[in-house]
Design a protein around this ligand. Structure first.
Ligand SMILES: O=C(O)[C@@H](O)C(=O)CO
Ligand SMILES: [Mg+2]
Length: 277
């Protein structure tokens, strides 16, 4: 059966961030993910996980910057990662180091290194070369700590200018990096917008052993499954069937904005997940 993690950056928007752990646990989640932990002391987050019987299964490396104040600033000023951006290798390395410190404290097996935007006119080949060499360095550092590093194709409707948009591109990069602990974060929201053909893509990529994590949200609006164009029953059955065949036992992050953002709206919107949580 698919295992779902609550994405605390998007779900429970009516609650302060630290209170979202308890809300997710009360709704039956056993795991959480979110964008960034850096605004909080790691021990505060560990306490919330422990108190609510939750595992941390994913978070992102900083989007740019060189210390916790500039991480937030980088996100607010539109930086969406540095992994593929020539000239920002030092920021990338600081980000990986910082993420590994938190991953250790939170006992989180994987981190997502956001690939970044490509400036108009910048060479795609140069971005790919930077991405591969940054990931080769990150793979060694993460392996010492027993962590995986993920890259995620993101659609350009949501993030104009994002360098990595397609699964085949991401898998080409991962193969070129050539490290067992560098994998793809397969977000089916982005995949449906850019490529479609979700079941075939799951069946193609999951058995490669190079999919480290799934995320889901409905399309066209990034809301709960069941509010738009995707047949989620079929998708979850496909993930289940292919996982059973290839031995994949990862998590599916619920990375959606609840359609009802008012108090209690996230929990009321979990009808789609009742049989799974
Ligand atoms: O899909 C997304 O947007 C996220 O998984 C992310 O990491 C950053 O935008
Ligand atoms: Mg995502």
């Amino acid at each position: 059966m698919p295992r779902f993690a609550a994405n605390l950056s998007m779900m429970y928007p009516d609650l302060p961030f630290l209170d979202r752990f308890e809300a997710a646990a009360k709704d039956g989640f056993k795991a959480v993910e979110y964008l960034f932990p850096y605004a909080f002391p790691a021990q505060e987050l560990v306490a919330r996980l422990k108190a609510n019987g939750l595992q941390q299964v994913l978070f992102n490396t900083p989007p740019g910057g060189t210390d916790s104040a500039s991480f937030t600033q980088a996100w607010e000023s539109g930086s969406r990662g540095t992994a593929s951006v020539p000239g920002r290798e030092a920021e990338f390395r600081v980000g990986i180091e910082q993420a590994l410190v938190y991953a250790d404290a939170l006992n989180c097996p994987r981190i997502h290194a956001m690939v970044g935007l490509r400036a108009s006119g910048a060479e795609a080949e140069a971005a790919d070369a930077t991405l591969i060499s940054n990931l080769q360095w990150a793979a060694v550092e993460a392996a010492k700590a027993g962590r995986d590093v993920l890259i995620e194709p993101i659609n350009t409707r949501s993030v104009p200018g994002f360098h990595l948009n397609r699964q085949d591109h991401a898998h080409r990069i991962v193969r070129a990096v050539g490290a067992d602990n560098v994998k793809v974060q397969m977000d089916l929201f982005h995949c449906q917008i850019v490529e479609g053909d979700l079941s075939a893509k799951i069946a193609q990529y999951l058995p490669t052993g190079r999919v480290g994590h799934f995320q889901i949200a409905e399309v066209p609006h990034r809301h709960e499954p069941g509010t738009g164009e995707v047949n989620w029953t079929h998708i979850f059955q496909t993930i289940d069937k292919v996982s059973a065949e290839c031995g994949w036992d990862g998590w599916i992050g619920c990375e959606y904005n609840p359609a009802d953002a008012s108090a209690g709206g996230t929990s009321r919107g979990l009808g789609w997940a009742r049989g799974y949580l």
